[in-house]
Design a protein around this ligand. Sequence first.
Ligand SMILES: [Zn+2]
Length: 76
Amino acid sequence: MPIPKVRCPQCGKTVEYLVSNPNRPFCSERCKMIDLGAWASDQYAIAGKSQEADDTLELTPDEAMPFDAVLPSKPQ
Ligand SMILES: [Zn+2]
């Protein structure tokens, strides 16, 4: 049974449309987040809300950690 393939809406790369792929129809989580981020920005800009943006930040601890590591530790 052939695996259906779709094009990533973000980068146009051909990706296998697997049910087990949580990022479908995107090729990767990166493309998914970029697309969702762009969509959310438009939506929240219209709605005038900023609360949801905080939730998005919490979803990416990997990006927050290196940023945190760069910060110098404050002396007591
Ligand atoms: Zn992609």
